[in-house]
Design a binder for this molecule. Structure first.
Ligand SMILES: C[S@@+](CC[C@H](N)C(=O)[O-])C[C@H]1O[C@@H](n2cnc3c(N)ncnc32)[C@H](O)[C@@H]1O
Length: 344
């Protein structure tokens, strides 16, 4: 979730049971996808799929938030693209806490997206998995079932006659979506295996703004599980950083008012603490950049294009926001493929 000091959020949801705590976390799925849809609607990047998963926000999002989402989507998709190229698509991708993410569809068919970001055509892994809470998966599946723009790419790639589908999962040849709790690793593993996850294939696992909602112990267990299960793998993590200051405190308080606890914020102290968590849980290399640094490395032409979309009166707002988010990536094995050289 993006926070800006320009727009603190004071809305509240009341309840206090453990499941209600998860409700606050699940609510972040809507927040992220609404922000992405808003940025797409004013031209930050091309994504014809997001509109089928989420409504358009009535209220304008601040320009620094839109630019933040642009850098986030751009940075993550650069890393995904590099992994697909290094493995020549002989790999799988597992998006953990995927929410309404549309990367599978953009990878499959959105040549316009590739034109904007990569100047080339689509790349697709052997299989793309998404995992989120069952309630979120049920919602996503509903959209997939009833919108042909979403179901067609899945069906086109599916050679067999029958498709495995129920309210909380869909398993097809190249795409699977699974309802599971990332804190319950035996359940997660069992469901992924049922959908033919192949631990021998080079695997890209990703968490985009997800680990911060789990305790440090739970996220460490997830990272360890991932490192132990795949010999050749890469992990991408996007989330908060530098959370010890006033801005971080405001973000924590705003979310707490909405019954959403940043249970893992302790690990979001610095780029060093982010890297350390990866390295101490079985990953061999770890890199991290804050989003302001990443923004400054974006192609100049793209930055000029998006900066002309909306006027940003105070550059400091963007800097402040971007210094509180980071993109981290880690690898294990795969030296022969050049995974360790991947950077964004
Ligand atoms: C901020 S949203 C981000 C969604 C998506 N990754 C994106 O960036 O658009 C966080 C997502 O993580 C999911 N999530 C958080 N904790 C989870 C858990 N323990 N098990 C499954 N999903 C979880 C939430 O339901 C939500 O969809």
């Amino acid at each position: 979730m993006a926070t800006s000091l320009r727009r603190p959020s004071f809305s509240s949801r009341s309840s206090s049971s453990p499941d209600a705590d998860d409700e606050g976390v699940r609510g972040t799925c809507e927040d992220a996808s609404i922000c992405k849809r808003f940025a797409v609607s004013i031209g930050y990047w091309h994504d014809p799929y997001i509109q089928h998963f989420v409504r358009l926000s009535k209220e304008r999002k601040a320009p620094e938030i839109n630019r933040g989402y642009f850098a986030r989507v751009h940075g993550i998709r650069q890393l995904i693209k590099a992994f697909l190229q290094k493995t020549e698509c002989q790999c799988q991708i597992i998006n953990l806490g995927a929410g309404m993410d549309t990367a599978f569809w953009t990878l499959k068919v959105c040549t316009d997206f590739f034109r904007v970001f990569y100047q080339d055509e689509g790349l697709l892994p052997r299989k793309y998995f998404e995992v989120d809470f069952p309630v979120i998966v049920t919602r996503k599946l509903h959209s997939i079932k009833f919108k042909s723009l979403l179901s067609k790419p899945i069906l086109d790639l599916h050679s067999e006659e029958t498709l495995q589908i129920d309210g909380q999962m869909l398993d097809s040849k190249r795409y699977a979506i699974i309802g599971a709790d990332l804190r319950d690793l035996p359940e997660l593993e069992e469901k992924l295996k049922k959908c033919n996850m192949n631990t021998q294939l080079p695997t890209l696992l990703m968490t985009e703004c997800v680990l911060v909602y789990m305790t440090p112990e739970q996220s460490a267990n997830l990272l360890k599980w991932a490192a132990n299960n795949f010999e050749t793998a890469m992990f991408i993590n996007y989330e908060q950083v530098n959370m010890d200051d006033r801005f971080g405190q405001i973000m924590i308080e705003n979310l707490r008012r909405r019954q959403c606890d940043l249970a893992g914020v302790e690990t979001c102290k610095s780029l060093e603490s982010q890297k350390e968590r990866l390295l101490s849980n079985g990953w061999e290399t770890a890199s991290a950049v804050n989003m302001m640094e990443l923004y400054s490395r974006l192609p100049r032409a793209e930055v000029s294009r998006i900066e002309s979309l909306e006027f940003l009166d105070e550059m400091e707002l963007l800097e402040q926001l971007m210094q509180h988010y980071c993109l981290c990536w880690a690898t294990r094995g795969g030296s022969e493929l050049g995974l360790k050289e991947i950077t964004c």
